[in-house]
Ligand binder design. Structure first.
Ligand code: ADP
Length: 167
C-alpha cells in the first residue's frame, strides 16, 4: 500500500488544492491531506473548520477514485508526521517561480532530516494554477467575488465567516 501525504494550511481549501488532491490520488493507494495546526499563520478558519470543509470535498473525491483520501490535522515536524503515517511520498503543489525558492529550501532541509521520503511536486491545471488561499481571502475581505476559485460550499463558508466579522 503506497501512502502519500499532501500537507498544507488549507485556509481554506481552494479549487487549486482540489486539483492537486485529484492528481496525487492517482499516484497512491491512500492519500492523507495533512492540515497544519499552526496558529503562527493566524488562519481565518479554525483547524476544525478547515477539516470540515476538506472532509466535505474529499467525500466527493472518494466517490470518484479507487483510493482512500482522508484528512488529518498535525502539529509536529512534517517529516515525522509523514513517517508516522508510513508515507513514502510527500506531495507539494508548485504554482509559480515564486513558490520554488521556499520549496527548494524545504526539500533540502527535510532531506537532511529524513532521506527515505520522496517529495514530489505537482502543477495544477492551467485554470487553477494562480489560485492561492491568501489572495482569495484578500479579495473576499474587499467584497470581491471568489466563487471562481472555491467550491460552492467553501464559498458559502467564507461569506458566512465574513458576515460574522469573526476574522
Ligand atoms: P502552505 O502553508 O503549506 O503553503 P497552502 O494551503 O497554501 O499551505 O498550500 C498547500 C500546498 O498546496 C502547497 O504545496 C502549495 O504550493 C499548494 N498549492 C496551493 N494552491 C495551489 C495551486 N493553485 N496550484 C498548485 N499548488 C497549489
Amino acid at each position: 500500500m503506497r501512502v502519500g501525504l499532501y500537507p498544507g494550511t488549507f485556509d481554506p481549501i481552494t479549487l487549486g488544492h482540489i486539483d492537486i488532491i485529484k492528481r496525487a490520488a492517482n499516484l497512491v493507494d491512500i492519500l492523507v491531506i495533512g492540515v497544519a495546526n499552526n496558529n503562527q499563520k493566524k488562519p481565518m478558519f479554525s483547524i476544525d473548520e478547515r477539516l470540515e470543509l476538506i472532509n466535505y470535498e474529499i467525500d466527493k473525491i472518494n466517490n470518484l477514485f479507487d483510493v482512500k483520501v482522508e484528512a488529518q490535522s498535525f502539529d509536529k515536524l512534517l517529516v515525522n508526521f509523514a513517517a508516522d503515517l508510513k508515507a513514502s511520498v510527500i506531495f507539494r503543489g508548485l504554482r509559480a517561480v515564486s513558490d520554488f525558492e521556499y520549496e527548494f529550501q524545504m526539500v533540502c532541509m527535510n532531506r537532511t532530516l529524513r532521506d527515505d521520503i520522496e517529495i514530489v511536486f505537482l502543477m495544477a491545471g492551467t485554470e487553477y494554477q494562480a489560485i492561492s488561499s491568501k489572495l482569495v481571502k484578500e479579495i473576499a475581505i474587499l467584497n470581491g467575488n471568489v466563487n471562481k476559485f472555491l467550491t460552492s460550499s467553501v464559498n458559502s463558508a467564507m461569506l458566512k465567516k465574513l458576515k460574522k466579522g469573526s476574522i
